[in-house]
Design a protein around this ligand. Structure first.
Ligand code: CA
Length: 254
């Protein structure tokens, strides 16, 4: 008896859910905060400080759940909850500027352990890499070329400035597919947050969740992850096998 192909259960479940016959990966659409950079501690700390100072009750943990949204959308959500009205454009701009200042006052963030190895696997097998982030924070965007040398093309990048709707709306990933000239069934999304996973899955991509913070894997599965890995080094080490399995498995719809 031949042994089962690794990840065949997850891949076949995904193919059925999306009515695809096969995945032929040509582009990896990769999130930044919490995926390439270990930056979520600083984001949640600066959001919590900002909102507490503005007189808005919140917990630090809840900001992990908003991860992937644009800053303006997070500000609007909290102002609506606390004061029962929409945030003004002036508030969104002023508060996001302060959040960036607080973020930059914290110790510099480091690339996520295992992230460079993960991106290198995609490059080695000729899969394009597109950076897809809800962030517009230049302090990190400007470091990509140094921390991930020769791994990202600056033209293949979708930030908060390029979209009308942030994650969990599929628009950022659809934009990324257009930039890379690929279809949904040629796309792999790499994400660490439920809203990002929801967006990737809605865009029709094979969406991989990687646990890099306090969010449990069940939450990622509920958001639509095709498969979840428990750490970035584990994902990087498993990726060659996963890619081979993706190319091997096809199903014929009944
Ligand atoms: Ca993220």
């Amino acid at each position: 008896m031949t042994p089962p192909i690794p990840y065949s259960h997850e891949i076949e479940r995904f193919l059925r859910r999306h009515h695809y016959n096969q995945i032929t990966p040509k582009a990896a659409l990769i999130d930044m905060d919490g995926t390439l950079y270990d930056s979520m501690k600083n984001h949640t700390a600066s959001w919590h400080r900002l909102m507490t100072e503005a007189g808005i009750k919140c917990s630090r943990e809840e900001f992990y759940l908003y991860e992937g949204r644009t800053g303006a959308s997070t500000i609007n959500h909290l102002i609506q909850r606390e004061w029962g009205r929409e945030a003004t454009e002036e508030e969104k701009e002023r508060l996001y500027k302060m959040k960036t200042i607080y973020f930059n006052q914290l110790p510099p963030v480091e690339p996520m352990a295992g992230a460079r190895e993960m991106v290198e696997v995609f490059k080695q097998v000729g899969i394009k890499r597109v950076l897809v982030t809800g962030s517009g924070q230049n302090s990190l965007l400007n470091r990509i070329a140094t921390d991930f040398p020769d791994l990202f093309d600056e033209k293949l990048r979708v930030t908060s400035r390029d979209v009308t709707h942030g994650k969990p709306h599929p628009e950022p990933f659809i934009r990324a597919m257009q930039l890379a000239h690929v279809t949904p069934s040629q796309s792999i999304v790499v994400e660490n947050a439920p809203l990002g996973i929801e967006a990737g899955n809605k865009a029709g991509a094979f969406t991989i969740g990687v646990t890099t913070g306090p969010i449990p894997r069940e939450t990622m599965e509920e958001a639509g992850a095709a498969i979840v890995f428990d750490s970035m080094p584990e994902f990087a080490a498993s990726l060659p096998t996963l890619l081979l399995s993706l190319l091997t498995i096809s199903i014929i719809e009944p």
